[in-house]
Ligand binder design. Structure first.
Ligand code: PMP
Length: 299
């Protein structure tokens, strides 16, 4: 695999209000965010020139910063405009966007009350996460790490530190040949994959774990709205691992993953079916609509 490093590409990155050449968007090594994971970020997708649910992502970014005890020094309107400006500067209409806010270099210790808060936004072309074979479904292995309790980590924030166990889990299952990891929560309940929420079809109903120790994804909420529009009963509840043997369909939902069928979790095999296919299609169509239409269909 030829990797094009993320620091050696053409384009412009928005940084604290300026567009800087991509290769110049560098940090000092003694940055608090790097040492202590005092960073929050977003993953957004722009389709046909519109960032899907831009304001929801911006609001979550600001909220994640507040959960980590800092205030991003830009308003939601300014952040939205900066995302749009970054896309335009890079000439992209279909892309992935990565805003990130972090504590700077003024202090380098656990206590970091007087660090400056920075914000950068990058974007790049990123087609479907799981490629053309998406409808065949992906395979999830059981993660060796559990999502922590909400009083153990800032689980409601899209915070860099929460991804440490995601990377460890994904690496562990990739070593065994799985596509991604199925993570349990601290009580042993089904939680999510390393970068997307999970849905199960039980007797024609759509069930998804209550997001009490992991992100309540924007795609997750969108899929729930789309399912309800289709008159599918949607149930949020605690789902235990021994129940999933009786699910008829399983899929993931996330900004990067979009709606992705799952064909295996550990020893359990599934066949992507009618409900998954319908929601894959409904989501694909929804993301292409102008924001006002999206708001009407999946508020
Ligand atoms: N869980 C995790 C761990 C994630 O990284 C993501 C992607 N942001 C999600 C769930 C899904 O969130 P969203 O639909 O808002 O992208």
């Amino acid at each position: 695999m030829t990797l094009v490093p993320f620091d050696d590409r053409d384009g412009l990155i928005w940084w604290d209000g300026e567009l800087v050449p991509w290769r110049d968007a560098r940090l000092h090594v003694l940055t608090h965010g790097l040492h202590y994971a005092s960073a929050v970020f977003e993953g957004e997708r722009c389709y046909a020139g519109n960032v899907f649910k831009l304001r929801e992502h911006t609001d979550r970014l600001i909220a994640s910063g507040r959960i980590l005890g800092f205030e991003i020094p830009f308003t939601a309107d300014e952040i939205d405009a900066a995302c749009v400006a970054t896309l335009a500067a890079n000439g992209l209409t279909d892309a992935y966007l990565r805003p990130i806010a972090w504590r700077g270099t003024e202090m380098l210790a656990v206590s970091a009350q007087h660090t400056k808060i920075h914000l950068a936004i990058a974007c790049w072309a990123w087609p479907s996460y799981f490629g053309a074979d998406r409808m065949k479904g992906i395979r999830l292995g059981w993660a060796p790490w559990k999502r922590p309790a909400p009083d153990t980590a800032p689980t409601a924030a899209k915070a860099a530190g929460n991804y440490m166990i995601g990377t460890l889990s994904k690496h562990a299952v990739e070593a065994e040949g799985w596509t991604d990891a199925m993570m349990l929560g601290w009580r042993g309940q089904i939680a999510e994959s390393t970068g997307a929420n999970v849905f199960f079809v039980f007797n024609g109903e759509l069930h998804t774990p209550t997001p009490d120790c992991f992100l309540d994804g924007i795609t997750r909420r969108t899929v729930m709205a789309l399912a309800r529009k289709r008159k599918i009963t949607v149930v949020e509840r605690t789902i235990m691992p021994d129940e999933i043997v009786s699910a008829s369909e399983v899929f993931l939902a996330g900004t990067a993953a979009e709606v992705t069928p799952v064909r295996q979790i550990g020893d359990h095999h599934y066949t992507p079916g009618a409900i998954t296919e319908m929601l894959v299609r409904d989501y694909e169509q929804l993301v292409l609509l102008p924001p006002a239409e999206v708001a009407k269909l999946a508020a």
